[in-house]
Ligand binder design. Structure first.
Ligand SMILES: Nc1nc2c(ncn2[C@@H]2O[C@H](COP(=O)(O)OP(=O)(O)O)[C@@H](O)[C@H]2O)c(=O)[nH]1
Ligand SMILES: [Mg+2]
Length: 476
């Protein structure tokens, strides 16, 4: 198997995104990407594997430094095309010994060892003769490959001239932005790599399907982490022992603060797990571990961003069917605009399906109830939570999906700090066809609450969450 694994050698001018291409296609955040040129001085091979099965190898190389001189040297040693690869071998031998043209040696060696060329250029600058020497040297190796146009800064103004030029030297040119590319776009460009490899006798297509399977498994695992976290959010509580004669209500602010802090920590933990699943364990997030206004889990004024709107909540809970009542906490208060809603068709569902529900759709003031234990010698146990707020699980899940979506789409070549921008959440609950999902979720949440988070109930939630992951790979 190992013999049939192709090696793609990523070459080009310095600072055109070679390392970025390697990072993106190897899904490896450890590949060094530097704003300064010339920081890559040695070739490094990255082996891409799934379950120990090698799929392909990517070699990051230093850029060409002295292509003109290198080509002049080669031209003196070959008169016919048939002699050219031998001249390149002679070049390697001569310069390895003298220690000259180290960069050229580093990048040519893996090619002469059977690698395939991936020649990276910047599509935002015009094509020019200075690239011709580089491509001519690549041609001399006799190695097949393709040109990869990186539209740096999202601009590929000079696409046509590049395509024409690359086409003559390398046959095929593809456009690929390693920083912006999501998984689908990576698969598209890898398919093109695979075609070149197949045409040269190295089978790889079957292996690419392994990458797709691995992606599915990552979604499975992320769904499981998120289902567990939502279940915990539905059942979590904090407690303390207070003195027998202490005033119970005076304990509430402290308990609530501890409850919220605990929930924030659990959310952070779930986020880290999801990041690790998508191989982004070193990802930096803005405001990580802090309570960022507008981004904080308990900034209830912003809950409409991640959870259901009042109207969605109302329709979902009242028509959610069995168990909606147990999901709890529904009464129309004045703040909800009860009059206009009551006048509408909703009231039928309310009266019929959710009679006897208590407490408010009121936002914010009451997250959970306090419960007092019996007085004992030691004192009195007070607990806070779990929250019965009907929107809390939607907020928790909406935030988790928003984060998961960003992480799953984040290229491993992208090295800036990720902002979980509360101004542009995915608005997942408003999507077409989500009403049915929202109703299923209400039933799942209710079952988790009633069973205090048993395995079967979590499994049920997993079953509803898992299909939502597919959106990260099928939309742009
Ligand atoms: N905006 C943007 N910057 C890029 C892109 N590709 C590379 N860069 C930047 O260009 C610089 C050099 O990238 P690198 O991958 O290290 O290039 P290399 O020297 O060819 O390996 C880094 O600062 C990258 O962040 C791209 O597609 N878009
Ligand atoms: Mg580099």
């Amino acid at each position: 198997m190992a013999e049939s694994m192709p090696t793609f050698v990523v070459v080009g001018h310095p600072n055109k995104g070679k390392s970025s291409v390697v990072a993106a296609l190897a899904q490896d955040e450890s590949v060094r990407i530097e704003p300064r040129s010339g920081t890559t001085t040695q070739s490094t091979a990255y082996r891409v594997e799934v379950d120990g099965h090698g799929v392909y190898r990517l070699v990051d190389t230093p850029g060409f430094q002295r292509p003109r001189r290198a080509l002049a040297w080669l031209r003196e040693r070959a008169t016919t095309a048939a002699e050219r690869p031998a001249a390149v071998r002679a070049f390697l031998e001569a310069h390895r010994e003298s220690g000259e043209m180290v960069d050229e040696c580093e990048l040519l060696e893996p090619l002469m060892d059977g690698g395939l060329v991936v020649y990276v250029v910047d599509g935002s600058v015009p094509y020019g003769p200075e690239y011709e020497d580089e491509m001519e040297i690549l041609r001399w190796t006799g190695r097949p490959g393709l040109g990869l146009i990186n539209p740096i800064g999202d601009e590929a103004r000079h696409l046509d001239s590049w395509k024409t030029a690359l086409g003559q030297f390398l046959g095929v040119a593809v456009v690929f932005n390693p920083v912006a590319a999501d998984f689908e776009q990576q698969m598209v460009v890898l398919d093109q790599f695979a075609a070149i490899a197949e045409a040269n006798g190295v089978g790889v297509r079957r292996s690419l399907s392994l990458l797709k399977q691995a992606r599915e498994r990552a979604h499975d695992r992320a769904s499981r982490v998120i289902a567990e976290w939502v279940s915990t959010a539905l059942t979590e509580r904090v407690e303390k022992l207070m003195a027998k004669d202490a005033i119970p209500t005076a304990q509430e602010p402290e308990l609530r603060e501890r409850y919220e802090q605990r929930m924030r920590e659990l959310e952070e933990k779930a986020r880290h797990e999801v990041e690790r699943i998508y191989r982004h364990g070193r990802l930096e997030r803005a405001g990580e571990g802090l309570t960022v206004p507008g981004e904080d889990l308990f900034d209830v004024d912003r809950w409409y961003l991640w959870g259901l709107t009042k109207r969605q909540l109302l329709t979902t809970l009242t028509t959610g069917g069995a168990g909606a009542g147990a999901a709890g906490g529904l009464v129309i208060d004045a703040g909800l605009g009860g009059a206009s809603l009551a006048a509408g068709a909703l009231i039928g569902g309310l009266v019929g399906g959710a009679a006897g529900l208590t407490a408010g759709l009121r936002y914010g003031d009451r997250m959970a109830d306090m419960k007092l234990g019996p007085v004992t010698l030691a004192g009195r146990r007070v607990t806070y939570g779990p929250s019965k707020h009907p929107n809390l699980p939607f907020v928790v899940l909406g935030r988790a999906l928003d984060h998961q979506g960003r992480v799953a789409r984040w290229s491993h070549a992208r090295r800036e700090v990720m902002a979980l921008d509360p101004e542009s959440p995915e608005a997942i609950w408003a999507r077409e066809g989500m009403e049915a999902t929202r109703k299923k979720l209400v039933r799942c949440f209710s079952r988790i609450q009633r069973s205090r988070g048993d395995e079967g109930a979590i499994e049920g939630l997993y079953g509803v969450i898992r299909p939502l992951m597919n959106r990260t790979d099928s939309e742009h």
